[in-house]
Structures are given as structure tokens and as C-alpha cells.
Write a new protein. Sequence first.
Length: 259
Amino acid sequence: MNYHARILTACAAAFALSATTTMAATVTVNVHPASAAQISSDAALANATIIDLLVDSQGDDLLSFDLILTTTGTIYNHPLENPNDAAPNPAAVLSFPALGADSHVAFGTPLGGDLSSPSGSFPLSVGGPLPSVSHNGLVARVTVLNDPGATIDGTVFFSADGVTSYDIQYTSMLMGDLNSDGFVGIADLNIVLGNWNQNVTPGDPTLGDPSGDGFVGITDLNKVLGNWNAGTPPTAAAVPEPATLGMIALGGLAMLRRR
């Protein structure tokens, strides 16, 4: 069964996209596992998928955002934070690293509800637009347990000049879907094998680093194999059976060793 959690920010203004509006801001979704320190702090995070919504407003005002989570897993809230959806205290995170994985809204104050429930509508107040300076960082974090296929999508609203508004829609990829085609399969495995043992830009899926540690290795391979066949195949091409999957990976690694 799929659950949907929708987070809304309160904003009374009506948004209309002007043909002359320049959309300077950027919206990024980063999907990654829990860190070793977080897992050591709470073993439940060993099977966590952390989804971060990040915004760089590039000097424009961040007005509001919505977020829809689709998952078959459960939403993680640390016992020290639940049901508070505000950002964890950085000092507390140093003592309890798992707090850093707490599902929360980094921008805005919850008006009702919380992220401990897998469904519902949760309005948030942003307390007015951001100052007209660049805001570059985390807006919301949702941590899901036992579902590497969890995704988020939604819209972020901005104001370019205090009057004219525009919005940016976003969607996240599946864990292991390195080429963003909506399916975890051979193409993604080839990306990992093609960059095997390389130091790459941390967290860049196109370079085979879904683990985000900046090195393409066994952890990244496991992220792909652990979510194998998730999503919808882009074509009717045959999909390898699980019994042959290990042989494909081992064969690829053997060829890499001969280089």
C-alpha cells in the first residue's frame, strides 16, 4: 500500500507565472542513505532512505513549497524530536548523530500535524518571505525506513521582485536509478561499473555514486542491486532474472580487474 504525506506552507498570495519572469532559483532533490555515524547512533537507520529538498533562491524570495511523499515504508522521527518537525538542534546532533536523520522542515514552522503519520495534510507557516538574499540549503528532509523506492515530488514557489511570482516543480529519483529513467536496471549497473574504483563528485548519480561518499565501489553497487527492478521499465526489453544478476555484476567486476 502506498502512503502519501503532503506538506504545505501557508501563503495567502495567488501565484501567476509571468512570461517575462526570470527563474533564477534552483531546486534539487538529493536521495541518499544514512551515514555510518547515524546508523551507529540508531540501528533502524541501516535501512533508511533520506530524501532532501534543497533550494538556492539566487536572491529571490522563497514564498512556499509543497511536498508529496510516496512510500510503502514508514517515516522516521527521532524520539527526541517527535512530534516536533522543526530542524534538530545542531549541538544535540553532535551527541546524537541519528537526530540529523530526523524528518523535519528546515524552513517554516508546523501549524498542525507532524511527519510521524504516513498520511495527511500538514500546513506550515514560513513566517513571511525570506529576505532578498540568496538562500542556499536544506528546506525539508524526509527519512523513510524499509523502502529504497520512496520518492517525493511537488512545487516550490518564489517571488522575483516582491510582486511577480513563479514556481519550480520537482521530483526525486528512485534509489539506484542513476540515469533518472524511472527504473533501476542494467543501464544503472553499467554506470557503476564504468566508474568503478574512481573518485568522483560526491553524490553525483550520473558518475555512479549514489552513496555520496565520492568513491565508486561496493557500497554504490549494493545501492543499485538492492533496489533492482524498482520502478517502471522504459522499454519492453527483457529484464535479467535475480539468479543471473549476480553473475552480471561479477562478470563486470572481473573485466574491470583486467584493465
